[in-house]
Write a new protein. Structure first.
Length: 450
């Protein structure tokens, strides 16, 4: 299985999770590898292990000389497309690959590829669960945290690949048996430059599909469905309402497939519309892959969503604190807001160049807004005259302010509509601190401190 990159002289840009993985895989496949990294070696936890694996480490900043002698450049998704080092590589005529392209060259088993603005990780996990319930040795990988190139070398029978827009824009060879476009809404416009460019990147997920393949599209999302209709293969549709012929959807709380000639019940899925949509998409994808309806029912019934996706973190004095820290854009935040009533919303962070004003369409579900982070002034302006807005300097302060504003048996919802990078390492740290602050507040209330 080794030696597929024998003779290649690869330069990997960045020593993060994806970059370190790519470097290890390329070495294992016979390439000579060097890593070019902005950070100093002292700042890298991966440097020693990569050196031990035979990787040359060039740290402390990118230099044109780092590309001397290279035949291939592989970049992590966190490196901006307009970064100087990638510009230098293209000027030299070097191929520039990302994680999806490298994984596609290594994959020898069929795979499902999942993208969309929201719901990717949950849907990817659900599809994995359905395949495993059918006895298929499948593993979730890609943007979910387990790099696609590594998973492609592990000998599984199938892969379920979560794909971000950053990963898709640098791929030419990705050819999934089943592709999924969950939804499309403005996100990451600071990096992509426009919504059209962002949507173009997402649509690359089905670019190489053809006869014998299936694309799964969202029948409820006009923007996404217009893109899905362009897929050069059969299209199966999902929706959260009653399904028509060739669709998967819901009759009340029961998930139903009408992809074949028979109506097939797939079990009950309660909860917010976002989770129902993810379940419908996962079911359609698994069925298109060849999984039986009984296995889909088993897979979905036993699936547990990952953290920070709408769980109740604490109940304090009758007030529920809901952690939806993964709602990092307006589309996801509105889905979370639509599932509550008379709630205090905690929102804000880094807006990524996105207009936050559509959040006001959810104002009827809100009692007040607590604004945090870089986007706090914009949120205060957006909700001015619609709902009371208070600003908080920290997530801990936001939790206390929200509790004071919540009514009896009320709800506090963390659905930031923004990235976390202005104040936190990632959305998980933001959610963890929100939950910890709510639990700490609960201890104070129980002790009679408030």
């Amino acid at each position: 299985m080794s030696g597929r990159f024998e003779g290649e002289r690869a330069v990997v840009i960045g020593a993060g999770v994806a970059g370190s993985s790519a470097a290890r895989v390329l070495v294992a496949e016979g390439a000579t590898v060097r890593v070019s990294e902005l950070r100093s070696e002292a700042e890298l936890s991966t440097a020693a292990a990569l050196r031990d694996a035979g990787v040359e480490m060039l740290t402390g900043g990118h230099e044109p000389a780092h590309l001397d002698g290279a035949t291939l450049v592989v970049t992590g998704p966190g490196v901006p497309e307009r970064a100087s080092v990638l510009t230098w590589a293209r000027a030299r005529g070097l191929p520039v690959w990302g994680e999806m392209e490298l994984g596609a060259h290594l994959a020898e088993v069929p795979y499902v590829a999942v993208t969309g603005t929201n719901g990717k990780t949950t849907t990817t996990g659900m599809i994995e669960a359905c395949l495993r319930a059918d006895g298929v040795d499948a593993v979730a990988c890609g943007n979910i945290g387990h790099p696609f190139p590594e998973a492609a070398r592990e000998g599984h029978e199938a892969l379920v690949v979560e794909c971000s827009s950053f990963q898709l824009r640098l791929q030419e060879s990705l050819h999934p048996r089943v592709s999924v476009l969950l939804n499309l809404a403005p996100d990451h416009l600071d990096e992509h430059g426009s919504f059209d460019a962002y949507a173009d990147a997402k649509a690359r997920i089905f670019a190489r599909q053809g006869p014998g393949d299936t694309h799964v599209g969202n029948g409820d999302d006009p923007v996404a469905s217009a893109r899905s209709a362009e897929a050069p293969c059969e299209v199966a549709w999902f929706r959260i309402g009653r399904p028509g012929e060739g669709e998967v959807g819901f009759e009340e709380d029961e998930l139903v497939s009408r992809l074949g000639q028979e109506r097939e019940p797939l079990g009950e899925v309660a909860g917010a519309s976002g989770l129902r949509a993810d379940a419908a998409a996962a079911a359609a994808s698994a069925l298109a892959f060849g999984v039986g309806a009984a296995a889909v029912r088993r897979g979905l019934s036993g699936f547990e969503p990952a953290l920070h996706r709408g769980q109740v973190a604490a109940v304090v004095g009758g007030v529920r604190f809901i952690d939806d820290s993964k709602a990092t854009n307006v589309h996801a935040a509105l889905a979370a807001i639509g599932g509550v009533d008379d709630a205090v919303l905690i929102a804000g962070g880094r807006a990524k160049g996105v207009d936050l004003s559509p959040l006001t369409t959810g104002a009827a579900h809100l009692r007040a807004v607590i604004a945090i982070g870089e986007a706090a002034p914009a949120l205060a302006e957006v909700f001015s005259g619609l709902r009371p807005v208070r600003r908080a300097e920290s997530i801990e302060d936001a939790v206390r302010l929200a509790f004071d504003l919540a009514g009896p048996e009320g709800t506090v919802l963390l659905a930031p509509a923004c990235a976390s990078w202005d104040q936190f390492r990632d959305y998980a740290e933001r959610g963890d601190r929100f939950a910890a602050a709510a639990r700490s507040l609960g201890q104070e209330v129980s002790a009679g401190g408030r």
